[in-house]
Design a protein. Structure first.
Lengths: 218, 495
C-alpha cells in the first residue's frame, strides 16, 4: 500500500515525464512552451510536496524559486521572443514525429535500465523519481540535437534542467539554498545570453533556423 | 587603523572582478588597456604569494569552507595567471589601440576587457572551489562569459561558432550537474541524508565507503559534462569553431586556460575515486577518452588548412595526452599530466600569439596561401617555427619533457599498448605540423602579400617574454619551487 503522499508525488512526477514526451511529438512551438510551463509547475509542486512530506523546510523556497523562474519568467521570455522575432509556429526537425515519439520511449527504457539496479537508493522513499528525471534529461537532449531551430534548442536545454531539478528535489532534498540560487542565477543568465544571440542571429541571418549555421564543419 | 585580515585567496578573486568594473569607467583606450593589464598583473602577483603559502602551509588560508586552495589549485592558478596576463597584453596590441589591426571602438573595448577579466575571474573560482556545486556554477559561468567573447565580432561565422559553443557546452554542463547531484546522493547514502555533502575535502574522507554503482553513474555524467568542456573527443565538436572564430587572445585563453579548468574538475573527481578500493572505472574513462582524442585529433590535423583550426585540433590532442597521463596515474603519470598542463598552456598561448600575428601580416588564415614567412617576417616566422617545434614535442622544449614522463609512466604502469597508440599519433601530428607549416615558413618569399602587421608591439613582446622561459626553459631545468608544487599536487591528486 503506497502512502497517499508518495502517490501524489509520483503522479506529479508522471506529469513531468508526460509533458517532456509530448513536447517531443508536438509540432507547434506555442504548445511546447506551454508544455514546458506545465512541466516546470509540476517540478515546483514536487519540491513543495517533498518539503511537506519529509519535513525539509528549505525546499519550500526552492519550490517557489522553480515556480517563479521556470514556470513564469522563462515561458514569458520565450513567448516574447517568439512574438518579437516572429519565429514561425511550426517546428522543424531532422527526424520524423514518429521516430521522435519512439525515441522518447527509448529514453525512458534506457533510464530505467541504467538507474533501476542501484542499491543504495532503496532507502530513499522517492527513489522511483530518479529514472524519471534521467529520462527527462535524455528527452531534453534529444530535443536539443534534433530540432532545427535555435529557439527550440533552448527549450530543450530548459527541459534538461527540469530533469536535473526533479532529481535534486526528490532525492537529495535540495542542495542548500546558496547553491540553488547560484544555479538559478546561472540559468537566468543563460536565458538572457541565449536571447541576445537569438536576436543577433535574427538580425544577421533573418531566421533562427540552426540550419543556416552550417558553414563551419570539419 | 583597523585593516580586516583578507586572505590572499579572496584578494585573488577580488582583483580581476574589481578591474572588470573599473575598466567600465575608463576615459580612454590607454586607460582601458592599462587597467586591464593591471588587473591581470596584480592577479599573477597574488598567485605567486598564494603558491608560496601553499608550499609552506600545505593549503593557502581561505575565507570559508566553500573554498580550498591546495597544491592542485596552485598548479591551475599558476598557468591561468600566466596565460591571463599574456592574453590581456596581446589584446592590447591586437585590438586595443586605434591603429590596431582589429581595433574596437572605446565602448566595445571597455566591454571586451571587462568580459576578459570576468572570464579570468570565473576560472579563478574554478581553481579555488572546494564545494563541487560552486565548481559547477563557476564552470557554467566560464561558458556564459566566454560565449560572449567568442561571438565578439558579430559576423556570421562568429555567431555560429558562439551559438554552437553555448549550446553544446551548456548541454554538457547539465550532465555535469546531474553527476554532481549523484555524488551528493552517494555521500548521503554513507552518512545519512543530513551528512550529505558536496565539499571535496569531506568527500575525500568518506570516499572509501561510497557505493561504487552510484559513483559509476555519477562519473559517467561528470565525464560527459566536463569532458565536453575540456574538448575531449567525441564531445570536442564545438572547439575548433570557437577557437578559430574568436578574437585570437580569447582563443589562447580558451585553449590554454579553460580546457585545463575542465580537466581540473575531472582531476578532483579522480582524486575521490582513487580512494575507493578496487574502483578502476575512472582510469579507463581517462584512458579511453584520452586515446580517442589523440587519435582523432592527429587525423584532423593532417587535413587542416586553417592555421587557427590546426592549433585547435592540436589542443584536443594535448588534452588527450593529459588525460592519458591522469589515466596512467601513480606519481609519474599525474606528475607528467600536471607538468604537461603548464607546458601546453604556455606553448599554445605562444603559438596563438605568433600565429595570430602571422595571419594578420599575411592577410589570411589559409595555410596554403601563406608562404615564406621566415624570410618575409623573420621575427614572427622564427617564433612560429620555435613554437611549432615545441608543440610537436621536439627536445629540448618543455613539452618533450612532460610527454616523455607520461610515456614512461605508461611503460612502468603496464600500459605499453596505450603508449604504442600514443606514440603513433604523436608521429602523425609531428608529420602533419611539418607538412602544413614548412611551406608557410620556408617556402619561396611571395612578391606581394605580407604587411608590417602591428604598429605597436611592446605589450606583445612582454607577453612573449613571459611565455618563452616556460616553453624553452622548463624543458631544461625545473626550478625547485615548481617541482615542489607539482609533487605536492600529485599527492593531493591521489598519486
Amino acid at each position: 500500500m503506497v502512502a497517499p503522499g508518495l502517490l501524489a508525488l509520483e503522479l506529479t512526477a508522471a506529469v513531468v515525464l508526460v509533458s517532456a514526451w509530448l513536447s517531443l511529438v508536438h509540432r507547434r512551438l506555442e504548445a511546447i512552451i506551454n508544455l514546458y510551463l506545465v512541466q516546470s509547475a509540476a517540478v515546483g509542486l514536487i519540491a513543495i510536496l517533498v518539503a511537506y512530506l519529509y519535513s525539509a523546510p528549505d525546499l519550500y523556497l526552492t519550490g517557489l524559486l522553480v515556480l517563479g523562474l521556470n514556470a513564469i519568467i522563462f515561458p514569458w521570455i520565450l513567448h516574447r521572443i517568439q512574438r518579437e522575432i516572429r519565429v514561425p509556429n511550426e517546428i522543424r526537425m531532422f527526424v520524423s514525429v514518429r521516430l521522435s515519439a519512439l525515441a522518447g520511449l527509448g529514453c525512458l527504457l534506457l533510464a530505467v535500465a541504467v538507474v533501476g539496479p542501484l542499491t543504495p537508493l532503496a532507502e530513499i522513499p522517492a527513489a522511483g523519481l530518479l529514472p524519471i528525471s534521467v529520462a527527462v534529461v535524455l528527452m531534453g537532449l534529444f530535443m536539443v540535437s534534433t530540432r532545427r531551430k535555435a529557439f527550440t534548442q533552448v527549450v530543450g536545454m530548459l527541459v534538461m534542467e527540469n530533469g536535473v531539478f526533479l532529481a535534486g528535489v526528490a532525492l537529495t532534498y535540495g542542495l542548500g539554498i546558496f547553491l540553488e540560487l547560484g544555479v538559478a542565477a546561472n540559468l537566468l543568465i543563460l536565458a538572457i545570453v541565449s536571447r541576445i544571440f537569438l536576436y543577433r542571429m535574427n538580425d544577421t541571418f533573418d531566421t533562427v533556423d540552426a540550419d543556416v549555421l552550417r558553414s563551419l564543419e570539419g | 587603523m583597523y585593516l580586516p585580515d583578507l586572505p590572499w585567496t579572496l584578494l585573488l578573486l577580488l582583483a580581476p572582478a574589481a578591474a572588470a568594473i573599473a575598466v567600465q569607467a575608463a576615459p580612454s583606450r590607454g586607460w582601458a588597456n592599462g587597467l586591464s593589464i593591471a588587473g591581470a598583473a596584480v592577479s599573477l602577483a597574488i598567485i605567486f604569494v598564494t603558491i608560496s603559502q601553499i608550499l609552506t602551509l600545505g593549503t593557502a588560508p581561505v575565507p570559508s569552507a566553500e573554498l580550498n586552495v591546495d597544491a592542485l589549485s596552485g598548479v591551475l592558478l599558476l598557468l591561468l595567471g600566466v596565460v591571463g596576463l599574456a592574453a590581456v597584453l596581446y589584446s592590447v596590441d591586437y585590438l586595443g589601440w586605434e591603429e590596431s589591426p582589429h581595433a574596437l571602438s572605446l565602448p566595445r573595448l571597455r566591454r571586451y576587457h571587462s568580459f576578459l577579466l570576468l572570464f579570468l575571474f570565473t576560472m579563478f573560482v574554478v581553481a579555488e572551489a572546494n564545494d563541487l556545486g560552486l565548481l559547477w556554477i563557476a564552470m557554467e559561468g566560464t561558458t556564459l562569459v566566454s560565449a560572449v567573447l567568442v561571438g565578439f565580432y558579430h559576423n556570421r561565422r562568429s555567431i555560429e561558432a558562439s551559438w554552437k559553443y553555448l549550446v553544446i557546452c551548456s548541454v554538457g554542463l547539465v550532465f555535469a550537474l546531474f553527476g554532481t547531484l549523484l555524488l551528493y546522493l552517494a555521500s548521503g547514502a554513507v552518512s545519512g541524508p543530513s551528512g550529505a555533502t558536496l565539499e571535496w575535502t569531506r568527500l575525500m574522507q568518506v570516499a572509501p565507503k561510497l557505493d561504487p554503482g552510484l559513483v559509476r553513474l555519477a562519473i559517467v555524467f561528470l565525464f560527459i559534462g566536463y569532458g565536453t568542456k575540456a574538448g575531449l573527443a567525441p564531445m570536442h565538436t564545438w572547439l575548433p569553431d570557437a577557437h578559430s572564430e574568436s578574437p585570437t587572445p580569447v582563443s589562447a585563453m580558451l585553449s590554454a586556460g579553460l580546457l585545463k579548468c575542465a580537466i581540473f574538475a575531472l582531476v578532483r573527481v579522480n582524486a575521490i575515486t582513487s580512494r575507493m578500493p578496487g574502483f578502476t572505472f575512472t582510469t579507463w574513462l581517462f584512458l579511453g577518452f584520452g586515446l580517442l582524442s589523440v587519435v582523432l585529433a592527429s587525423l584532423f590535423i593532417l587535413v587542416q588548412r586553417d592555421l587557427k583550426r590546426l592549433l585547435a585540433y592540436s589542443s584536443v590532442e594535448h588534452i588527450g595526452i593529459i588525460s592519458i597521463g591522469i589515466g596512467f596515474g601513480g606519481v609519474l603519470g599525474l606528475f607528467g599530466a600536471f607538468y604537461h598542463m603548464i607546458n601546453h598552456a604556455a606553448t599554445k598561448t605562444l603559438l596563438f600569439l605568433t600565429g595570430g600575428t602571422l595571419t594578420i601580416q599575411a592577410g589570411t588564415k589559409d595555410l596554403e596561401e601563406i608562404s615564406g614567412s621566415l624570410a618575409a617576417v623573420p621575427a614572427t616566422g622564427g617564433l612560429l617555427l620555435l613554437g611549432v617545434l615545441a608543440l610537436a614535442g621536439v627536445p629540448p622544449f618543455s613539452i618533450f619533457s612532460s610527454e616523455f614522463i607520461i610515456l614512461t609512466a605508461g611503460f612502468t604502469g603496464g600500459f605499453w599498448w596505450a603508449d604504442v597508440i600514443l606514440l603513433f599519433a604523436l608521429a602523425i601530428v609531428f608529420g602533419g605540423l611539418l607538412l602544413h607549416l614548412s611551406r608557410a615558413l620556408f617556402g619561396p618569399k611571395p612578391r606581394v602579400g605580407f604587411t608590417s602587421g602591428f604598429r605597436r608591439y611592446v605589450a606583445t613582446a612582454v607577453a612573449i617574454g613571459l611565455l618563452l622561459p616556460i616553453v624553452l626553459g622548463l624543458g631544461v631545468w625545473l626550478p625547485n619551487p615548481l617541482s615542489q608544487l607539482l609533487h605536492a599536487a600529485v599527492v593531493v591528486g591521489g598519486g
